[in-house]
Ligand binder design. Structure first.
Ligand SMILES: [Mg+2]
Length: 251
């Protein structure tokens, strides 16, 4: 068997790979909508009798439904979650009775609040030192479908290459965000490993390109099927041990 080329680059998914994203999203989802409702109520108190309270006419489920409809109407932008959210808010606000200009302004303000809450996240405690030491041996990239702006987090300093796949309108499992990362890392697929928690969006597309993959099986589901070059980890903290064992085996 021909030995694989040594690894020179690592690409990382972010949400649920470097931090637990579930609670962050619940808090962010409810938080920015409640913020908008409160702020609107204060702002247009005199008109409240005519318009009614925003959240009563458009409960959060209406907002979620509108996002689904908008994503279906604009398939190319389905991965651009920030745009989908802001546009949904804009539509609901105009239907609520605000002018186009007021709706645009309030939708933007609500998304500012969304982004503030979205970035109140805590990476797993091991992540900072893990990236620090990996950065000495590998070139590192972040490849995310999510709308985290890495530059707002201290972790950004570890990632010279950052790919926001949703904003490039090619969310994973599209191959393009991986190829963009590899090209900027100056690595071939066989020189790189992708680390991520989603079987469909991280493991399969990276493996298909010929990258090696560390799958973070955070729900402890076990490998659905053995795939060459795919390694299962329970947590990202186990990555250095995997890399050391691959190096030892000359793989
Ligand atoms: Mg993820």
């Amino acid at each position: 068997m021909t030995p694989a080329r040594p690894l020179t680059a690592l690409t990382f998914d972010l949400d649920d790979t470097l931090w637990d994203n579930g609670q962050v999203m619940v808090h962010t989802e409810n938080g920015h909508y409640a913020w908008l409702d409160e702020a609107l109520t204060t702002w247009h108190a005199p008109r409240l009798d005519t318009l009614g309270r925003f959240s009563e006419r458009f409960p959060i489920t209406a907002y979620q439904q509108r996002r689904g409809e908008l994503a279906a109407r604009h398939p190319l932008r389905r991965g651009d979650f920030t745009w989908i959210r802001e546009q949904s808010l804009y539509e609901l606000l105009t239907e609520y009775g605000l002018s186009n200009e007021e709706s645009r302004r309030w939708a933007t303000a609500a998304m500012d609040e969304f982004m503030t809450l979205r970035h109140r996240l805590t990476p797993y405690p091991e992540v900072e030192s893990l990236l620090e030491s990996l950065g000495a041996d590998f070139r590192l990239a972040a490849v995310t479908n999510g709308n985290v702006d890495l530059t707002r987090l201290p972790l950004a300093r570890h990632f010279p290459v950052r790919i926001a796949a949703g904003e490039m309108h090619a969310p994973k499992p599209d191959a393009r965000p991986f190829l963009a990362a590899l090209s900027r890392l100056m690595a071939t697929p066989s020189q790189a490993m992708h680390v991520g928690d989603s079987w469909a969006e991280d493991v399969l597309p990276a493996q298909r390109l010929g990258m090696r993959v560390a799958w973070i099986d955070k729900r402890d589901e076990g490998l659905p099927s053995p795939l060459p070059g795919v390694h299962r980890l329970g947590h990202v903290r186990e990555l250095p041990a995997l890399l050391a064992s691959l190096e030892e085996d000359g793989r």
